[in-house]
Design a protein around this ligand. Structure first.
Ligand SMILES: C[S@@+](CC[C@H](N)C(=O)[O-])C[C@H]1O[C@@H](n2cnc3c(N)ncnc32)[C@H](O)[C@@H]1O
Length: 130
């Protein structure tokens, strides 16, 4: 098996609209936004509550997919690294993993903080943080 189809479960709504203004990592971010989960997946949200941390997988729709070497954080003094040895958004499958804090849940909308992701980014999955 060499490929599969992903069905996005929702989309991020936030106020980060400029890549240059996007925090580099969720550990360094207090930016807030809303995970809009499509209604057909609403039952899968039961148990997600304010105060919990969740792991969210995003599809970085504006990232280059033909890059295999990067300077981590754009710092040339660190030398080139293979993308699989970094958290670079550029990679063949531009999947991001962010640990976010849930601040509220309203139906199929989850308010979160800690975002390092652009407005409009598709959501692949949500998991419990362990
Ligand atoms: C370094 S990645 C880390 C993402 C995730 N926390 C991870 O570790 O997989 C975060 C950067 O991805 C970029 N980014 C965020 N959303 C994006 C999108 N939709 N398309 C392309 N790049 C994006 C921004 O430059 C942001 O600073």
């Amino acid at each position: 098996m060499k490929e599969a189809t992903i069905r996005f479960i929702g989309v991020l709504r936030g106020d980060i609209t400029d890549l240059a203004d996007t925090p580099k990592m969720y550990t360094e971010s207090s930016r807030t936004g809303t995970l809009e989960i499509y209604p057909q997946y609403r039952d899968g949200l039961d148990g997600i509550q304010a105060g919990r941390k969740i792991v969210v997988l995003f599809w970085l729709h504006k990232a280059a997919r033909d890059v295999l070497k990067v300077y981590p954080r754009g710092d040339k003094s660190r030398g080139l690294h293979g993308v699989f040895a970094t958290r670079s958004p550029m990679r063949p499958n531009p999947i991001a993993i962010s640990e976010l804090t849930v601040t509220a849940v309203h139906g199929n909308f989850i308010e979160v903080s800690g975002l390092d992701i652009l407005d409009g980014t598709p959501i692949i999955d949500i998991k419990k943080k362990i």
